[in-house]
Design a protein around this ligand. Structure first.
Ligand code: A3P
Length: 314
């Protein structure tokens, strides 16, 4: 682990102030622009064959989404490449009114609107905790996949993502951001509460709980779990294709999954690519010894009594 590595963002002073940029839904901080007309999210009408992919941000949402799309497409790569991932798997609570002119071009504006116009079976992306996920998904017995990733790698990935999303406020140094992360003062709030509350749902037959680290270790095993959960019959040949097409390198080079089709006004890949490293344990390159000790102590308090355990090394 390196002893000192502090990042400073290069953001200009025209950035919005951090505190002004977020409101709250229940107790979780969320982008104010998402909170406008929250009723639309709350009263979202699920369909019984909807599949919901839920994660805390930066836990491998895009990876699992592409795997599911490939399964739905019976391994047809060209079919998946026909449209970008954020159209194939709309982001339920996303709302981007301020950027309407730019985003309309890219259909990256209103998750609810996108979903309403979509044919079944829909794949839905969300970062919401279980209590905020629209009730209709629970009532209609929709299948839900929750993908979790260890907190340290999430914090690193979130920091670089936070910097590359152009409209975001300045998150300060990496150390500043990690402090906010520990306090739950980041969009979607406390990672600790989010992962624990979804972990409590793992016995619910509607829910499949997966780990990013397991996917990195043995992707075939995790894809097979997914296939069983979805009740699909998939040949070995298709599984091979899915694994090949959804490797980090393939997805990084694929414009339909790497988010590089979005203009710099939305995501600036020169600041940090969306498909950044895709590894377990990158936190070791960014946490100082002191920050790591502080984080570990806080982590132990937050996760005390929980059976939820993560691996932080490959
Ligand atoms: P890093 O920033 O650590 O590289 P999300 O899709 O939830 O926003 O998560 C993004 C994270 O998942 C990024 O992590 C990204 O590189 C990683 N990721 C995306 N596709 C991946 C893949 N096929 N294999 C491994 N990691 C992947």
């Amino acid at each position: 682990m390196r002893s000192v590595r502090v990042y400073h963002s290069t953001m200009s002073s025209s950035k919005p102030a951090y505190a002004d940029y977020f409101g709250r839904i229940g107790e979780i901080p969320l982008y104010k622009k998402f909170i406008q007309n929250w009723r639309e999210v709350e009263k979202f009408e699920a369909r019984p064959d909807d599949l919901v992919i839920v994660t805390y941000p930066k836990s491998g949402t895009t990876w699992i989404s592409e795997i599911v799309c490939m399964l739905y497409a019976d391994g047809d790569v060209e079919k998946c490449k026909k449209d970008v991932i954020f159209n194939r798997v709309p982001y339920l609570e996303c709302r981007n009114d301020q950027m309407m002119n730019v985003v309309q071009l890219f259909f990256f504006n209103l998750g609810v609107k996108q979903l309403k116009g979509m044919a079944s079976p829909r794949i839905v992306k969300s970062h919401l905790p279980p209590e905020l996920l629209p009730l209709s998904f629970w009532e209609k017995n929709c299948k839900i996949i929750y993908l979790a990733r260890n907190a340290k790698d999430v914090a690193v990935s979130y920091y670089f993502f936070f910097l590359m999303v152009t409209a975001n406020p300045d998150p300060g140094s990496f150390q500043d951001f990690v402090e906010k992360f520990m306090d739950g003062d980041v969009p979607y709030g406390s990672w600790y509460k989010h992962t624990k509350s979804w972990w409590e749902k793992r016995e619910n037959p509607q829910v499949l709980f997966l780990f990013y680290e397991d996917m990195k270790e043995d992707i075939r095993k995790e894809v097979m779990k997914l296939i069983k959960f979805l009740g699909k019959e998939t040949s070995d040949e298709i599984v091979d294709k899915i694994i090949k097409h959804t490797s980090f390198q393939e997805m990084k080079n694929n414009p339909s999954t790497n988010y590089e089709t979005l203009p710099d006004e939305i995501m600036n890949h020169k600041v940090s690519p969306f498909m950044r490293k895709g590894i377990v344990g990158d936190w070791k390159n960014h946490f100082t010894v002191a920050l790591n000790e502080k984080f570990d102590m806080h982590y132990e308090q937050q996760m005390k009594g929980s059976t939820l355990k993560f691996r932080t090394e490959a």
